[in-house]
Ligand binder design. Sequence first.
Ligand code: NAD
Length: 453
Amino acid sequence: MENKFSRRKFIGTAGTVAAGTLLVNPILAETVASFNGTKKRFAIVGTGHRATGMWGKDVVKEYSDYVEFVGLCDINKGRLETAKKMIGISCPTFTNFEEMMKTVKPDVLIVTTVDATHNEFIVKGMEMGADIITEKPMTIDEEKCQQIIDAEKRTGKKVTVTFNYRYSPHRAKIWELLRAGAIGKITSVDFHWYLDVHHGADYFRRWHRLREKGGSLWVHKASHHFDLLNWWIDSDPSEVFAFGSLEHYGKNGKQRGVNCRTCDHKSTCKFYWDMTKSKRLMELYADNEQYDGYHRDGCVFREDVNIFDKMAASIKYANGVQVSYSLTTYSPYEGYRVAFNGTEGRLETWIKESNPPAGEEKKNYDELMLTKNFGKPEIIQVPYAQSGHGGGDKLLKDRIFVPGTADNLRQAAGTRDGSLSCLVGIAARKSCDSGKPVMISDLTTLKPQVQKA
Ligand SMILES: NC(=O)c1ccc[n+]([C@@H]2O[C@H](COP(=O)([O-])OP(=O)(O)OC[C@H]3O[C@@H](n4cnc5c(N)ncnc54)[C@H](O)[C@@H]3O)[C@@H](O)[C@H]2O)c1
């Protein structure tokens, strides 16, 4: 591809948006802008992997000038104490959420529990006086989604949903190009995401394998992608029709055990995963199995897996854009393809995040290809940023914790964006179950708007 196209451009990530406007998101501004030297008092509920890393240790290391942790809560008392040590703080710990909220009265509550319980802590947290920062997906069904929308109105508190995927530089560049009218009016999008046999399989090892915990990968995983679509397209999703099947993991396996460490099929199973190689995971999960029986290295072929492992959806937007989306969970490599078709051209990218073909150069940038109708393709290179999720995690945390950080690319998200991303997944899951299209407006009081609010 590189030899074929003549024009090559290095475009940095700090380019200005066509509209040239400086937008400061009121939700995050409100969460952090009151900084006057007094640190915000944060508590965390759900002290697992995400809490200890992204929202714990890293925050203590980078943002201690602005943030003070005043309480940690988890139902697993062993993991709670492990987490406190891993994060490196000395605040009180609680296994009872309400007791924590009453005792330490945090300004902000970070919700990092399993997805199905987010609504409980978001709603109670606001009722007990805190603003909320919640991991995606905001929630897993439409009733819980409505509870959060209602509670935010009722309490006057604010929910921030942490869509780190929006913050990776090349995805931000796509947003900038689309807003600048690079392909005219967007008419349709092809978006296909490939989880590989390592990362994809990992969802089937953990609590994510159960719909009742993670809402299926339509919600747990694809809501990341639906949020990107909603943000890129700049309109609200209105209707979803979907198919899904489970035909690789779960009961489809020829052999199975309870978890990899105790399995009789270690030598023959391609999905055998040796968790003992990770000191961190052993301390966080294996050492605390005695309290809740949870296996981080559960067998991907357990009979109770009740989510889909291949999924496809057609999504219609209020502004008329049509999307073809798919998610695969047992691909040989990890990555995605997205292409935007517009009235004046096409913008596309193919990102391979793992297992690049033999001989392919090691890159430190991602590429986009922009082709104007009747024109020649132009390759745009966007340099990688450091930190997790394509550099997104650090940028997201700067925005959340550093007072006054501007939101030029409208990357901050509140309840409306949090709802509309998971509602696409919820609608897709319902469509798979019923065989019928599902209208987003039938799910909650949110009504799709032609231009994103
Ligand atoms: N944005 C991202 O890229 C990203 C990446 C990983 C995880 N996440 C999200 O972060 C959240 C946590 O994921 P994780 O990987 O850390 O999972 P995890 O299993 O490591 O941690 C979840 C923790 O919640 C605790 N918990 C469960 N129910 C609870 C309850 N009722 N009360 C208190 N604690 C409870 C568990 O004991 C566990 O310690 C999920 O919502 C997940 O979707 C987001």
